[in-house]
Design a binder for this molecule. Structure first.
Ligand code: ADP
Length: 542
């Protein structure tokens, strides 16, 4: 017997319909790439998205066609997403921070027909154009007044292109399993691989991660996604904010501390989200001022481990709650968020910070397990760590064009490549990437734990730990740090500081101070480059 409920496909563009109808006057505020602050609302975004859809339809864009975007978070990028979703095309967000030849590779691999680009990236597209034979048109997200001279024969200013449509158009409808978006993983080895979201997976994911214990957005919130839409499906915020009628503040191209602070303050942002590097810049900026964050209630920090010192600074100095989050491109991308269940809600001070170092618990629709090297499931005792595997309706089952082959185990779980433990209340804590973990004398040392401790030292701005070959122990930890302005951290000072915070055999064998630690295109510490940099290093005791 089947249920007798309506067939209402879970299509992404229904989200902007809902936002326009129920929260039509709620604002979307952007720092435009041209400079000035731009204000619009969900009703207008929907109207203009319909024009985008109409224009694309007229150009012959059909269900399943891929369309690239090289763009910051602005209202125009949002309109383009919803417009192309509404004709069944697939948004392919390209991370402009990748190497140019990687960009050419993924645009060709995805077979993008069109490219929407911000002014910032026009020179990049011009440079790559001869390597992008499939690209029919480049639409520059600006108006005629700001459109620069370009050597590209097929470039047009977005506002001119859009003006050719009247918006009298109806969204297409199709199966909810139709592809909606694509995002390539950075791929530290080999080529980047394409993750393909469906309309259904995006809608389900946005609902799952928007529950009160997760992002918990509401029509009373003012959300600033600093995390770019091109990073891991934009953490779903382009869907979960309109879905709940949350005001959006889009930071555009400027993510330095002063610019972020300015928007937090003038737009009275209540919740924001980004990787730790962004918050490092903000906290450093605030450090040298007497600014406070009176409007900000919570900050979602993920993409890399959130250092304890960062959580403490937000909470103690600025009275802003930190929600540590974990996820990955393959998971749409959010997997867990560290909100406090009753068992932990009463904790204060260090005990609270101990829990907040965990990446948190998963919402309904994400199943987790940890396994050892023989695929045996491990207990959730908060200590025993193993490979973290996940299953659910918004988790990849394969990569685009079958790259990487079979990626699920026999039970349908995806191996995240992370090493973690889970406590009895379901709080997961990442201890490392499987490929970064240090194997010392047959035992595993977590580089993330060591980094978190090292950045707690008052002289340290950033820290990275890598395994370096050691004649006796196979590998031992080398701590690489960047000093805070005007500070001179020393080896002995740091080891002394870490002494009572970890097991003795985990202590780094040496400390090196560098000017800069290399980062990936998504702002994470690039361990491969760092290992390469220190490949000839030998420990003083080796
Ligand atoms: P990219 O490297 O392109 O940013 P992802 O965003 O998919 O790709 O990266 C996902 C990985 O980032 C996770 O598998 C995990 O290793 C790491 N990660 C994400 N969030 C956290 C976190 N809160 N703590 C530790 N590691 C994290």
């Amino acid at each position: 017997m089947l249920g007798l409920m309506q067939d209402w496909p879970l299509l992404c563009h229904r989200i902007i319909d809902h936002a326009a109808e129920m929260h039509g006057n709620r604002e979307v505020v952007s720092r435009s790439v041209e400079g000035p602050i731009h204000r619009t609302d969900y009703r207008t975004i929907r109207e203009r998205s319909l024009k985008v859809a109409q224009r694309l339809d007229r150009m012959g864009v059909r269900v399943g066609d891929r369309i690239g975007t090289l763009a910051w978070n602005t209202w125009r990028h949002l309109e383009v997403w919803y417009g192309l979703l509404g004709v069944g095309a697939v948004y392919h967000t390209v991370n402009p921070r990748l190497f140019p030849d990687q960009i050419a590779y993924i645009v060709n691999h995805a077979e993008d027909r069109l490219m929407f680009t911000d002014l910032t990236f026009l020179p990049l597209v011009e440079k790559l154009a001869e390597h992008l034979p499939l690209l029919e048109k480049v639409i520059v997200l600006t108006d005629a007044a700001n459109m620069p001279e370009t050597g590209l024969a097929n470039a047009v200013a977005y506002e001119d292109w859009l003006a050719e449509a009247d918006g009298d158009f109806a969204w297409k409808t199709f199966d909810e399993n139709t592809a909606a978006g694509m995002c390539y993983t950075s791929g530290t080895t080999g080529h980047p691989k394409g993750v393909v979201y469906s309309h259904r997976s995006n809608v389900l994911h946005s609902m799952a991660v928007n529950q009160p214990d997760m992002l918990g957005l509401s029509s009373r919130d003012i959300m600033m996604p600093v995390v770019p839409m091109f990073h891991a499906n934009g953490w779903s915020i382009a869907f979960s904010a309109p879905m709940t009628g949350t005001t959006m503040v889009m930071p555009g191209a400027k993510m330095d501390g002063a610019s972020i602070y300015e928007l937090l303050d003038t737009e009275k942002v209540s919740v924001t989200a980004a990787v730790p590097t962004v918050w490092l810049m903000l906290l450093q900026f605030l450090d040298g001022s007497d600014h406070q964050l009176p409007h900000l209630e919570r900050v979602i920090i993920g993409g890399a481990a959130c250092p304890r010192a960062m959580t403490a600074a937000f909470q103690k100095k600025y009275d802003v709650d930190v929600l540590h989050a974990w996820g990955m491109t393959e998971m749409s991308p959010l997997g867990t968020i560290c909100s406090l269940k009753p068992e932990y809600a009463g904790l204060e001070g260090d005990a609270r910070l101990d829990i907040q170092e965990k990446q948190g618990h998963a919402p309904f629709s994400i199943e987790m397990k940890i396994t050892d090297d023989y695929d045996i499931e491990q207990d959730w005792d908060g200590k025993t760590f193993g490979r973290l595997k996940v299953r659910g309706p918004a988790i990849a089952k394969a990569y685009f064009k079958g790259e990487g082959g079979e990626i699920l185990d026999d039970a349908g779980y995806f191996d995240t490549g992370d090493v973690a433990h889970i406590d009895p209340y379901g709080y997961m804590q990442i201890t490392d990437r499987a490929k970064d973990v240090i194997k010392s004398g047959g035992e595993w040392i977590s580089t993330i734990d060591l980094e978190n401790i090292a950045v707690g030292h008052p002289d340290v701005a950033e820290a990275a730990v890598i395994g370096v070959a050691h004649p006796k122990w196979d590998e031992r930890p080398l701590l690489v740090v960047v000093a805070k302005d005007g500070c001179t951290p020393t080896r002995d000072g740091l080891i002394d500081y870490m002494q009572d915070k970890v097991a003795k055999w985990w202590l780094p064998n040496d400390v090196v101070v560098v000017d800069e630690i290399p980062h990936t295109a998504t702002g994470k510490i690039q361990k491969t480059t760092l290992r390469e940099q220190f490949k000839d290093y030998t420990f003083p005791d080796a």
